[in-house]
Design a protein around this ligand. Structure first.
Ligand SMILES: NC(=O)C1=CN([C@@H]2O[C@H](COP(=O)(O)OP(=O)(O)OC[C@H]3O[C@@H](n4cnc5c(N)ncnc54)[C@H](OP(=O)(O)O)[C@@H]3O)[C@@H](O)[C@H]2O)C=CC1
Ligand SMILES: N[C@@H](CC=O)C(=O)O
Length: 403
């Protein structure tokens, strides 16, 4: 490709960042030809020639000059329709939309193969950190055992402000929204779904296997309470929202998203604010750690620019791990040690612990620390929703391997 002519979908936090980095980057040999938005009259932070705007997706998809679609809108269903139509027409796409990708990757991978067309999406997972391309290329072997980390900038920002700066949860969430870190519906961030969707995408590139989001246990930070923070401080740990995919044997891997008590010796202990941190563990090399801004306009745009420039060399994912021999199967048949704090909810009536290590009751709040099957947590997930319950992983299961 000699010059990239971009049809851009979305001109919000990320779209405007992309416009800025493309203008700045002379060696990208790229030009934004048209921008599709919902409302062309909306005031924007970045000044742009208004004649670039359209509200018609077809005006971009039918424009034969455009040889790359960049999709950064906040609507997953509309994004799916745009991306699929573009790929079916043979137009390559760069996307940052993890919600859409986590739900439609198997079909979109198939279309890429049958229509010989590329879909790149490094910005969808961990903002500026190049996780996907590294998993796809550098870690293209059997040695990978685990990818674990903080994948959501907003929840990490909130936890940092609450934990280290004694700010209120609501004020920290409002700041995460004002700074452009949070999703349009911030419950995606705080309930763990954004981390979940990124984990689904990461697992496709880490192990070559797609697991649908609804099959994965996900618990967020929205029910965190002063007593949880007090407890963590007393134990000299921090609470982080952690997503992980782990090979638990040669035959099986597991994955889940939940708050975790993180000790100071762990790499992710020092990952604060909107930063993300990803620990990659493998046979022979032990651990490697990737760290960087996980959200925000320019950090995310920098990742999109990297995918745009990769298209100059016709780069595409080959999904080689999908064809690996003896791929491990997904299991939820593992035991976790968890802390469950509650007030009124009959936690013991809902959750079957295989072993209770510690129980505490007081007027203010109660907690239990016990062993529980991941499958049990997944089965009872809906019964815990909306309850006065906070749950955190105590990473004992992987203790001798955890750093
Ligand atoms: N913010 C971040 O840090 C990151 C975001 N992402 C992902 O990037 C995407 C965009 O996020 P962000 O920029 O923050 O979101 P914003 O809400 O800031 O912007 C969304 C943009 O999408 C446009 N839009 C919505 N629906 C349509 C549609 N049907 N057709 C055309 N345009 C549409 C909106 O138009 P209008 O302006 O007219 O309303 C707006 O410009 C999301 O998928 C998000 O998950 C990924 C990594 C980081
Ligand atoms: N809302 C997301 C944005 C980037 O993916 C986050 O906070 O990480």
């Amino acid at each position: 490709m000699s010059k990239i002519k971009i049809g851009l979908f979305g001109f919000g936090v990320v779209g405007q960042g992309i416009y800025q980095v493309v203008q700045k980057s002379k060696n990208a040999h790229a030009e934004i030809v048209k921008i599709c938005v919902r409302d062309p009259e909306k005031p924007r932070k970045v000044e742009v020639d208004k004649s670039l705007f359209t509200t018609s997706a077809d005006e971009i998809l039918d424009n034969r000059d455009i040889n790359l679609i960049v999709e950064v809108i906040d609507q997953a269903d509309a994004a799916y329709s745009i991306v699929k139509r573009a790929l079916l027409r043979g137009i390559p796409v760069v996307s940052g939309n993890k919600t859409m990708l986590a739900h439609h990757l198997p079909e979109l991978i198939e279309i890429q193969k049958t229509h010989n067309v590329a879909l790149l999406y490094d910005a969808s997972s961990c903002g500026s950190i190049p996780v996907i391309r590294n998993l796809e290329e550098y870690y293209d072997n059997d040695l990978l055992l685990e990818v674990k980390g903080i994948l959501n900038g907003s929840s990490n920002y909130i936890l940092s402000r609450v934990f280290d700066h004694a700010e209120s949860y609501d004020s920290a969430l409002a700041q995460a929204q004002a700074l452009g870190f949070a999703e349009s519906d911030p419950s995606f961030d705080i309930e763990g779904y954004d981390s979940l969707f990124k984990l689904v995408i990461i697992t496709v590139h880490a192990l070559g296997t797609y697991v649908a989001p609804e099959k994965i246990f996900t618990y967020g930070i929205s029910t965190i309470h002063d007593s949880d923070i007090r407890y963590a401080r007393e134990k000299n740990v921090k609470i982080k929202l952690v997503a992980q995919v782990v090979k638990v044997s040669d035959e099986h891997f597991t994955m889940f998203v939940m708050p975790e008590f993180v000790t100071p010796s762990k790499y992710i202990y020092s990952v604060d604010d909107e930063y993300n941190g990803v620990v990659i563990r493998g046979e022979c090399y032990d651990r490697q750690f990737m760290f960087g801004k996980g959200a925000g306009s320019l950090p995310t745009a920098s990742s999109i620019l990297s995918d745009i420039m990769a298209r100059l060399n016709n780069y595409r994912y080959e999904y080689k791990k999908q064809n690996y021999m003896q791929k491990p199967d997904y299991t939820t048949d593992i035991t976790l040690k968890v802390y469950v704090r509650y007030k009124e909810t009959d936690v013991h009536g809902i959750l079957n612990f295989t072993k209770v290590h510690e129980q505490y009751t007081s007027e203010d709040s109660n907690y239990v620390i016990g062993d529980i099957q991941l499958s049990e947590l997944l089965a009872k997930r809906d019964r815990l929703r909306g309850k006065d319950v906070f749950l955190a992983n105590i990473p004992i299961f992987f203790l001798n391997r955890d750093n």
